[in-house]
Design a protein around this ligand. Structure first.
Ligand code: ZN
Length: 151
């Protein structure tokens, strides 16, 4: 990765971490689920409006490190108007990006801004920060209601 791209990605993470998008509750949520990452102290509550297997709206509240907030913020932008199946595929590809990193070019491109978080792969303790929102999303879409812990 070029230095230029790396610093662009860092800026994006800092920006989303400081000013998370869709940071609010949703009164009309069809799915709500809390997620915790005890290792770092990250916590979030995810709100989804799912209609006809399409994620119509997404929001979250909570607190945590810049990586966890940025990941949740970028996720909230990316999964809106996606089908439940597309959202799960995105989770699988993102999880693979930060754990194994062996994605095809097509899979990598599908991740868009999420590629900014690829760097956590080198820091195993931060992987859970980056994936907390996604684990919570995946479990929520699967119908789980009990809080999710990354441990
Ligand atoms: Zn964290």
């Amino acid at each position: 990765m070029s230095d230029e791209l790396r610093s662009l990605y860092q800026e994006m993470i800092v920006d989303h971490g400081r000013h998370p998008r869709n940071f609010k509750t949703l009164d009309n949520a069809t799915h709500t689920l809390e997620g915790f990452n005890p290792l770092c102290g990250d916590q979030l509550k995810l709100f989804l409006v799912v209609e006809n297997a399409i994620v119509k709206d997404v929001a979250f509240t909570g607190q945590g490190c810049a990586i966890s907030m940025a990941s949740a913020s970028i996720m909230s932008q990316m999964i809106k108007d996606k089908t439940v199946e597309q959202a799960q595929t995105l989770f699988e590809n993102f999880h693979r990006l930060v754990t194994q990193g062996d994605l095809s070019e097509l899979q990598q491109d599908s991740l868009g801004k999420l590629q900014a978080l690829a760097g956590v792969k080198a820091f195993p303790s931060r992987i859970k920060c980056a994936t907390l929102a996604w684990h919570t999303l995946s479990k929520s879409l699967a119908g789980k209601r009990d809080p999710v812990s990354t441990e």
